[in-house]
Design a binder for this molecule. Structure first.
Ligand code: ZN
Ligand code: ZN
Length: 771
């Protein structure tokens, strides 16, 4: 008997597990009258379908163009096609198989979907008010996955036995919860409990209702979320926000706000279309948004700052707390100062008993600690607006970043601060979630766990390791001590440059890297950070840099920027800086302090040399009396940027000098003189700050022009933490493009040290291939 039927077998790769892909396939198989089967395996999903050629094509098109909400189809590979006489009588889902070689991707965590949300608020629904409602289109993923394939037994939900009703939904192919691995309900799933700060249970019928009441009464609550605990408080109450700052020992760092919906956010922030889209995306990151004036919430939420960090509720618990109760809540990571976010029930009581008054806790364990992501919408002068990641974490990881270059699997270990790690499979680069400062013991443990966990989930075995050149970094030592794989040490700013080149597909072209950063270990043993490199992935030449200044007191100068102001003044005025009594940075010092600092500068005692642009910003900020002490990284520069009034944007740059030795050395003494003169002439901070910013912009154009003339460079990448400064980025990009350079910066890969691991990996991969 001849038919017009075909059998086609194909595999689908990408994020296709745990996102309702198989039910989607079954539904569409029915729609297009197809028979056969589908199964999850370690490569993703495999299908064998039987039907007419036309229906098979329609089916595949539907799959590619209209997949389920959380799916990401990477590749569809046909492995078999043949004529058939009608072998299958139905369409079935086969049991998952584990295969040796894994290519599946792990799905990031997602916010609650609209369907679950309406059930959550529907008194007639059996999950009404259930704080762990989820379905195949939403809920926790990466944070609860222990192994793949993504099945319940490989998640922290394995200890909850499904009740009959949940089981029915789980097994019913037409149900929205078909094979939803974290499926749960009041009868069978995780439950909330409310504890006081000493860990005693607060007996109450409804922990959520009680939590709401406590927040309204001005209490601070630790609330367990997707990737860790948050601290929540009512931002309309000055007193509680101050209490939170005091207890957390955090004076100025902005606290994020959490709102239930976009309408609420629009009441206190300026929200454009692009911003609205980002806030409502199922990643639900913290978005940096400009405040509406006058401020609706306590000025202590984000003091001395024109911006708030804002996110929309993404867990059912957050929705239940906010719903009709609060326009916004302060929602900041629960941690002890400089420590990573707390995520284990065992740790929370001990860690936050002095910070939170109550703890809203539950028994669904978090496997992987993961912070909220932070992004900003950047309004490019000549290009479409785009979103750039500042902290890449929850709901973005472990989604890979695609890079045009391919080489064997390697492991990049990142910088010591803002640490991330990075693994690659061919062109897919798995940049880990933000891990934090490795000098902290628990962060270092997370770092080691993260390497193991990602290698296991993605089944990747690195053939080489990339790390920083700093001999004392924990990750450098980790690399050098493992003794198995070849290690490539990559200069910090070269890694920045490579990360930006790779993200923008610059292949291995000759490029000028303008890298403005905090500090990174330089090849001459000094601290670099204001660098102009000409080179590619394999090599670079230090084309120019800012003149060294001594960081008086070493690391402490980062927290006390007035020390940098003194160093800048000393370089220009020597001991006659004592006469500059009009400057607040001089008059604010205690008796004898200036003597000690000038002696340190003179003799070079405990004063490592730095070319860092970040530190120059700190020095100017302090010189202007904007910020003499910082309590979070980048504070002095952030506050300096925000002094600029738009009327001063076109102000004249200061003078500077360029000395030519082996490389070009940019000396800022003339600029410092200009700043001091402007200060004594009572010019505004806004004017001086903008003249300073414009000087840095001018220097970039100057160096770029010289590099083009001498080396024929056309492509410029901008990278490093200082490019989080929007004024700087906009103006440098603008002026360089106006002068016909091709300028690239970061989007998916953070411009700060969070992107270093990826850059290291790209550089090391090239060296590995050349070995
Ligand atoms: Zn849902
Ligand atoms: Zn149930």
């Amino acid at each position: 008997m001849s038919t017009n039927l075909f059998i086609v077998k194909f595999t689908v790769k990408g994020i296709v597990q745990g996102v309702g892909f198989r039910p989607f396939v079954v539904k569409n198989a029915k729609k297009y009258n197809l028979k056969g089967w589908v199964l999850n395996d370690s490569n993703g999903v495999t299908l064998k379908i039987e039907g007419t050629e036309r229906n098979i094509t329609l089916f595949i098109n539907e799959m590619k163009t209209n997949p389920p909400a959380l799916a990401m189809i990477d590749k569809v590979n046909r492995v078999e096609k043949r004529k058939s006489n009608g072998v299958y009588s139905s369409f079935t889902i086969k049991k998952s198989v584990e295969m040796k070689h894994r290519e599946a991707l792990v799905s990031p965590d997602s916010d609650v979907c609209d369907d679950c949300l309406s059930e959550l608020h529907d008194p007639k629904n059996r999950r009404y008010g259930y704080p762990f409602i989820n379905c195949t289109n939403c809920g926790p993923r990466y944070s609860i996955i222990q192994d793949i394939p993504y099945d319940r037994k490989n998640t922290t939900m394995k200890n909850f036995v499904m009740c009959n009703k949940c089981k029915e939904e789980y097994e019913n192919i037409l149900d929205r919860r078909f094979h939803a691995q974290p499926i749960a309900c009041w009868d069978c799933g995780p439950q909330l409990r409310l504890l006081d700060s000493t860990g005693n249970e607060v007996i109450c019928k409804d922990p959520i209702k009680r939590a709401i009441k406590l927040l309204q009464e001005g209490k601070i609550l630790a609330v367990k979320g997707i990737g860790g605990f948050h601290l929540m408080a009512d931002p309309t109450q000055d007193e509680v926000v101050c209490k939170l700052r005091e207890r957390k020992r955090r004076k100025h760092k902005p606290l994020a706000l959490l709102s239930e919906n976009i309408e609420e956010v629009k009441k206190y922030c300026k929200v454009g279309n692009e911003e609205e889209k980002v806030l409502k995306s199922n990643q639900r990151p913290i978005l940096i948004l400009e405040k509406k004036m006058p401020e609706m919430y306590s000025t202590h939420v984000a003091p001395n700052n024109k911006f708030y960090g804002v996110m929309l509720a993404y867990t059912p618990i957050q929705h239940l707390i906010l719903h009709n109760n609060f326009g916004a809540l302060v929602c900041t990571s629960a941690n002890i100062i400089d420590h990573p976010i707390i995520y284990k029930n065992e740790e929370i009581i001990e860690s936050v008993s002095n910070i939170a008054d109550y703890i809203l806790i539950h028994n669904r364990d978090i496997e992987t600690r993961i912070d909220d992501s932070i992004v900003r919408v950047y309004k490019s002068p000549n290009k479409p607006n785009y979103v750039s990641d500042i902290r890449r974490a929850r709901s973005y990881c472990p989604y890979p970043i695609l890079i045009s270059k391919t080489f064997p699997t390697g492991l990049g270990l990142g910088a010591e601060l803002k640490n991330t790690i990075c693994l690659n499979r061919d062109q897919k680069f798995f940049l880990s979630q933000h891990l934090g400062d490795l000098k902290n013991n628990s962060t270092y443990e997370s770092f080691k766990e993260c390497i193991k966990h990602l290698e296991k989930l993605l089944e990747l075995k690195p053939k080489f390791i990339a790390c920083d050149m700093h001999p004392d970094y924990y990750n450098t030592r980790y690399a050098l001590n493992q003794g198995v794989l070849p290690v490539y040490q990559v200069q910090h700013h070269h890694a920045h440059m490579a990360s930006c080149m790779a993200e923008n597909g610059l292949e291995n072209k000759k490029t000028l890297g303008i890298i403005f950063d905090g500090v990174g270990y330089g090849e001459d043993g000094n601290l670099w950070g204001g660098e102009f490199f000409v080179g590619n992935y394999l090599n670079y030449k230090r084309y120019a840099h800012f003149d060294y200044i001594p960081l008086l007191g070493g690391d402490i100068a980062v927290k006390e920027p007035y020390r940098i102001a003194i160093a800048l003044l000393y370089q220009l005025y020597g001991k006659s800086l004592f006469g500059l009594k009009d400057l607040s940075v001089i008059s604010n010092r205690k008796d004898g302090e200036i003597e000690i600092l000038t002696k340190m500068a003179e003799k070079g005692i405990n004063s490592p040399l730095s070319s860092s642009v970040g530190r120059i910003f700190d020095g100017i900020s302090s010189l202007l009396g904007v910020c003499e002490y910082t309590d979070y990284e980048g504070q002095a520069a952030i506050e300096l940027e925000q002094t600029i009034d738009s009327r001063d944007r076109k102000s004249k740059p200061y003078e500077y000098l360029v000395f030519k030795k082996n490389e070009n050395i940019i000396n800022l003494n003339y600029m410092i003189k200009g700043v001091v003169d402007d200060l004594s002439n009572k010019k505004s901070k806004s004017l001086i700050s903008s003249r300073f910013h414009n000087t840095i912009v001018q220097i970039c154009l100057d160096m770029a022009n010289r590099a083009r003339k001498e080396d024929g460079v056309q492509n410029i990448v901008l990278s490093g933490g200082a490019f989080q400064n929007v004024y700087l980025l906009e103006n440098i990009e603008g002026i360089l493009e106006y002068n016909n350079f091709r300028v690239y910066h970061h989007k998916l890969v953070p411009t700060n040290d969070g992107g270093i691991s990826l850059g290291q990996l790209v550089v090391a991969g090239h060296r590995y291939l050349e070995r």
